[in-house]
Design a protein around this ligand. Structure first.
Ligand SMILES: C[S@@+](CC[C@H](N)C(=O)[O-])C[C@H]1O[C@@H](n2cnc3c(N)ncnc32)[C@H](O)[C@@H]1O
Length: 260
């Protein structure tokens, strides 16, 4: 499925509740450059500590719905960075592990440290676990997690790393557990133009990804997922106005895979 830029009222309400995707403006006047200080965490909320682009307005509430958090649910996030979703899930009773190598992920990593994540945990009264390493180094137990998620990560990283992530996620999920993904679709790149990459990444074949995962595609319209034969670029281009926000040339593909 491709997310529509016109989001449902319930998702708007979710964004307001949690101050997603940019953090809340504090009630007292604080210069914008100071709003990322952890001391303001209570006022600005969990989404104020990472730069986000506008597509997160529809990605976070959609992912949240797919997770359907309940107390004790074990959630694995791949490439969570300092994003707010991990803290929201913890606040609602989930046990959250975020695997993110940060700047060790050569060229594609974002700064993330146990110290900063620990500070945010203290400010939010949460207990998110950060594994600041590649997934193969994270010692994830077998068949442990109910859900895995990754928001706008895989299109930025090389295929061998993706294959590795998929293998470890499948191993670490319980049977019946699901992997929830959002993956950017860049409308300025192949198959919409002759250009292979831009400064953010490339269009990843989701047919390849699903096959590589050895999991079942349980949510995702193949005609809206790049790489499947049903995907017709001209039909997507005709829907630009419905799919894009502002000048950003990326739509958002969504899919859910289930381990049997
Ligand atoms: C575009 S950011 C998305 C951050 C976050 N998911 C969000 O919702 O905004 C991509 C993240 O993937 C992380 N990353 C890069 N390579 C990775 C890898 N091999 N495994 C896990 N995370 C990785 C980066 O450090 C960064 O935090």
């Amino acid at each position: 499925m491709l997310l529509r830029s016109e989001i449902p009222a319930a998702h708007d309400a979710w964004n307001r509740r949690w101050g997603a995707p940019y953090g809340r403006a504090p009630r007292v006047v604080v210069p914008r450059r100071l709003r990322h200080l952890p001391v303001l965490a209570g006022a600005v909320g969990p989404f104020a500590f990472q730069e986000n682009n506008r597509t997160r307005r529809f990605e976070y509430p959609w992912v949240f719905d797919q997770i359907a958090p309940t107390k004790g649910l074990r959630v694995l996030e791949i490439g969570g960075g300092n994003s707010g979703l991990q803290f929201v899930l913890d606040r609602l009773g989930c046990e959250v592990v975020n695997v993110d190598p940060g700047t060790k992920a050569r060229g594609v990593g974002w700064p993330i440290t146990p110290e900063f994540l620990g500070t945010l945990n203290r400010r939010f009264g949460t207990n998110v676990t950060l594994r600041p390493c590649f997934i193969e180094e994270a010692n994830l137990p077998d068949a442990h997690f109910d859900r895995a998620l990754s928001v706008s990560v895989l299109e930025h990283i090389p295929e061998p790393d993706i294959a590795n992530i998929l293998a470890h996620v499948r191993r670490a999920l319980k049977p019946g557990g699901t992997l929830i993904l959002t993956v950017d679709l860049f409308l300025d790149l192949k198959p919409f133009s002759d250009v292979e990459t831009n400064k953010w990444g490339k269009n990843l074949s989701l047919k390849w990804l699903v096959e590589e995962s050895k999991m079942e595609l349980v949510h995702g319209d193949r005609s809206e997922l790049y790489g499947f034969p049903e995907f017709d670029p001209s039909r997507i281009t005709a829907r630009r106005a419905e799919l894009l926000v502002g000048g950003f040339q990326a739509a958002v593909q969504t899919l859910v895979l289930r381990k049997s």
